[in-house]
Design a binder for this molecule. Structure first.
Ligand code: GLU
Length: 449
């Protein structure tokens, strides 16, 4: 990883001072800044136009109260957020996260990442993110519905198919998008399909959107291997998490010939030497809303539950962190290297700490950052918007091929850009510079706004 030059270092210091206490946001900004020195040297017009300073200041930040009544008649108050970060390339686009850890710093890190990720897809979408500190765990359907309705009652005025288009993230799936869309439709008296993505297939959703983030990561891993004359055939992989991204990453890695031997949730991790039975995992996680411990109970012949240590201590060829930010640290990275891992792709947003990423680089592990490897989700959201705009719907195979093509193109762009800037094979530099220049050029054209 390159060092920042003094001008960029000074700018970073100002970002930290202006946004106190937002550690994840600082981390995401630093990670991008560390890649940009060569591109800023080559293109002084970016600095002259204040592009970097403007990129770090969201166009608009909305924070609001979300009052709702739980099943016992008790009034609950949560905090809602939407950070509309950058709309140079298209309407603000990015998911909503419902998780108790959500605060402004998390939403801003996610929104900042989203700008570059969305730019990398080559599709006309700006960057934004939102969410709430609401914890859906243990809440009834009725409580989730009332929460979503209250959340949308405040947020709807900021949204629109040409303005800001949310989708899901951790804690927000098809059920939540349904309640949010229903309330938006009711308040506005408009069937505006393109205002949210991740919708159900019978009411404006796209084929493959549910699978897209995980499938996209698997396609990206396959591209990384192919670039080295290799393939997924016969390789072992560890996928952390067991939510939507993890489940579909596991499914596609196995369809492409790999064997996923472990996954996890907050209760521990499961090792299944026979390869994770993804249908069983889906049934437990999606239908029963259960835990990986339930999986082990049903696969006792080949699977075991581990509740101490981390999943990254298991020897593997490939690691795909799909749980949450900073879940994989330097020690984990060293354990992976010692266990023979040569490819890491981020399915979650920023799951690897900066020290972990440095360890991979120093050990010759090929590492793909989330803004490249997990861009398939938001890319397919953009395909959903295209279908909504033309009142059309595409079939599964066609949509999946479009996704595979987009992942191929992101992979190629990362490698070509890394090569152009003198760091061949560095996906971090490639993704950051390619995403940055795409959005920076649009910002230059649009003037100082
Ligand atoms: N939350 C997803 C992401 O991190 C998807 C966002 C979207 O589809 O708008 O990219």
């Amino acid at each position: 990883m390159a060092a920042m030059d003094s001008q960029v270092e000074e700018l970073y210091r100002r970002v930290v001072a202006r946004n106190p206490g937002e550690a994840e946001f600082h981390q995401a900004v630093r990670e991008v800044f560390e890649s940009l020195t060569p591109v800023l040297r080559k293109n002084p017009q970016y600095t002259d136009a204040g592009i970097l300073t403007r990129l770090c200041e969201p166009e608009r930040q909305i924070i609001f109260r979300v009052p709702w009544v739980d099943d016992h008649g008790v009034v609950q108050i949560n905090r809602g957020f939407r950070v509309e970060f950058n709309s140079a390339l298209g309407p603000f686009k990015g998911g909503l996260r419902f998780h108790p850890s959500v605060y402004l710093g998390v939403v801003k890190f996610l929104g900042f990442e989203q700008i570059f990720k969305n730019a990398l897809t080559g599709l006309p979408i700006g960057g934004g993110k939102g969410g709430s500190d609401f914890d859906p765990k243990g809440r009834s359907d009725g409580e989730v519905m009332r929460f979503c309705q209250s959340f949308m009652t405040e947020l709807y005025r900021h949204l629109g198919e040409h303005t800001d288009v949310p989708a899901g993230d951790i804690g927000v799936g098809g059920r939540e998008i349904g309640y949010l869309f229903g309330q938006y439709k009711r308040i506005t008296n408009r069937y505006e399909s393109g205002v949210l993505t991740g919708k159900g297939l019978s009411w404006g959703g796209s084929q493959v959107r549910t699978e897209a983030t995980g499938y996209g990561v698997a396609f990206f891993v396959a591209e990384m291997l192919a670039a080295a004359g290799d393939s997924l055939e016969g390789k072992t992989a560890i996928v952390s998490g067991s939510g939507n991204v993890a489940i579909h990453a596991i499914e596609k890695i196995q369809q492409l010939g790999g064997r996923v031997i472990a996954c996890s949730d907050s209760s521990g991790h499961v090792i299944d030497d026979a390869g994770i039975d993804v249908e069983l995992l889906k049934e437990i996680k999606n239908s029963r809303r259960g835990r990986v411990a339930d999986y082990v109970a049903e696969r006792h012949a080949s699977a075991r539950l581990i509740t101490d240590g981390t999943i990254w201590q298991i020897p593997t060829d490939i690691a795909v962190p799909c749980a949450t930010q900073n879940e994989l640290d330097e020690l984990d990275a060293k354990a992976l290297v010692a266990g023979g891992c040569t490819v890491v792709a981020e399915g979650a947003n920023m799951p690897c700490t900066p020290d972990a990423v440095r360890t991979f680089a120093a050990s010759g592990v090929r590492f793909a950052p989330g803004k490249a490897a997990n861009a398939g989700g938001v890319a397919t959201s953009a395909l959903e918007m295209q279908q909504n705009a033309s009142r059309d719907s595409w079939d599964f195979d066609y949509t999946e091929n479009r996704l595979a093509e987009i992942m191929r193109s992101i992979h190629e762009t990362c490698l070509a850009t890394a090569e152009e800037y003198g760091t061949p094979g560095d996906y971090v530099v490639g993704a950051n510079i390619a995403g940055f220049t795409h959005v920076a050029d649009a910002m230059l054209s649009l003037g100082v706004i």
